[in-house]
Design a protein around this ligand. Structure first.
Ligand code: PA5
Length: 427
């Protein structure tokens, strides 16, 4: 179960400020549960967990395992909610250098021709034994018409069709049941298709085929991930105090002038998870002139770039630490050579304990620098706990954003850049 400690940030609020925000957050929770708030037709991410589709999970798990053993490269082609969740989970749960199974690469998340060119060159480069790389492509787009994804898909689709006789078996599409240009392409080519439920928005879709297929291909148990999310759902249906309190805290700090929330972790595996939270919260709360701008920092790396500002710059920050309580602590500071590096005082200590003390020291210093701090605790880095964390932040987003009086589930502002871009492109 995920734990949240808001006590260090709560001190920045008077009882009156907090109690008022608590009332708003309680109302936000009711709007989520009773489906009475704006955008309530998008609450399907809760139904996924209330009534899990075990048949679909088994099907995705089986296909994921097949691709895991047969492919050399698996490309996830999508943007925003169509790739951030998969990337977050895969980065959190696979080793940095020794992951098994296909290489998981991403495309369709920007429009850089240089990147795509380089990707094509890499895909065409034979393996060490001289044979061709076996490539599988998963294009993911709920609307089926997002330009970044569609352009990259066109390039990669051409590559697959030119390079592989069984091309149509190597392209898997994840999209809405109907509508969108991608569905027309699927009908034309007979590509395999997975459906994104119509009541689940992009940034809430990681526990649908959008995230589950790439995660399964990476060799992660999607059954355990889902189980973690379901347990989190059930626990928070029984008692959602932690969510209401966290949402109330964010709401009251927002009213008090906090404008930036830095999601920080001392575990580099969680950096991409911060990216997923950034989109989930950012696209949900940043509307009508409201919201706390979510951003991500990897510590201690970014203490050497952002640390000065956090400690001493404009006081408009909230800092949220994603903490893993139990980490593989096998590596210790070695002894046995005349190192001469002045690190004798750390000999025999585990890197985990050094990293933990760096975190505690940072929290202490930033508290003294008047930064409100929240710590979110995962018991360990496992598929189950990551599943639990996913639902924790999904419901937090719904409750908090409703407490601001904002619809969490639309993104009207994203259309503005598209309109200007399409005008310049002559669409
Ligand atoms: O959360 C969202 O709805 C967005 O971030 C989308 O996921 C993103 O814009 C990609 O859209 P689509 O899946 O339609 O290509």
């Amino acid at each position: 179960m995920i734990k949240a400690d808001i006590s260090r940030a709560r001190k920045f609020l008077t009882d009156q400020e907090y109690i008022h925000a608590h009332t708003l957050a309680t109302k936000g929770l009711e709007e989520v549960r009773q489906k009475t708030g704006p955008g309530s037709e998008w609450l399907g991410w809760r139904d996924l967990l209330a009534k899990p589709n075990l048949e679909l999970i088994t099907q995705l798990s089986r296909l994921g395992k097949e691709i895991h053993v047969s492919a050399d490269v698996f490309i996830v082609c999508g943007i925003g909610g169509s790739y951030l969740g998969a990337k977050a989970v895969i980065d959190a749960l696979t080793p940095a250098f020794t992951a098994k199974g296909p290489e998981i690469l991403f495309a369709g998340h920007h429009m850089s021709g240089a990147y795509l060119n380089d990707l094509l060159a890499y895909l065409k480069t034979p393996k060490a034994d001289g044979s061709k790389k076996s490539v599988v492509l998963n294009v993911i787009s709920k609307s089926g018409s997002t330009l970044e994804t569609a352009l990259s898909f066109r390039v990669l689709r051409k590559f697959i069709h030119e390079e592989f006789e069984d091309a149509s078996k190597r392209i898997i599409c994840t999209t809405s049941e109907t509508g969108g240009v991608l569905n027309e392409v699927i009908d034309q080519e007979g590509y395999q298709k997975f459906i994104i439920p119509s009541d689940v928005g992009g940034r809430f879709s990681v526990l649908t085929p959008v995230g589950l297929l790439p995660i399964a291909v990476a060799g992660i148990s999607i059954e355990a991930l889902f189980e973690g999310a379901v347990s989190s759902y059930q626990a928070l249906e029984d008692d959602a105090d932690v969510i209401v309190e966290y949402a109330a805290l964010r709401n009251a700090l927002h009213t008090k002038g906090i404008t930036i929330d830095i999601f920080a972790s001392f575990e580099p595996e969680l950096l991409s998870f911060g990216g997923w939270i950034q989109q989930l919260l950012g696209e949900s709360e940043g509307k009508d002139g409201k919201g706390i701008f979510p951003t991500v920092a990897g510590f201690s790396t970014d203490l050497h770039s952002l640390g000065q500002f956090i400690q001493d710059g404009t006081r408009s920050l909230l800092e949220t630490f994603l903490v893993v309580d139990e980490v593989d602590a096998q590596l210790t500071v070695p002894s046995g050579l005349a190192f001469g590096d002045g690190l004798e005082y750390l000999e025999g200590d585990s890197f985990h304990s050094i990293n933990s003390k760096a975190r505690m020291g940072t929290i202490e210093a930033h508290c003294e620098g008047q930064v409100p701090i929240v710590t979110i605790h995962l018991p360990e880095l496992s598929a189950k706990s990551i599943g639990a964390l996913i639902y924790f932040y999904e419901i937090l987003t719904g409750v908090f954003v409703y407490s601001l009086g904002v619809n969490p589930f639309n993104q009207p502002g994203v259309e503005d850049y598209k309109k200007a871009m399409y005008r310049l492109l002559g669409k």
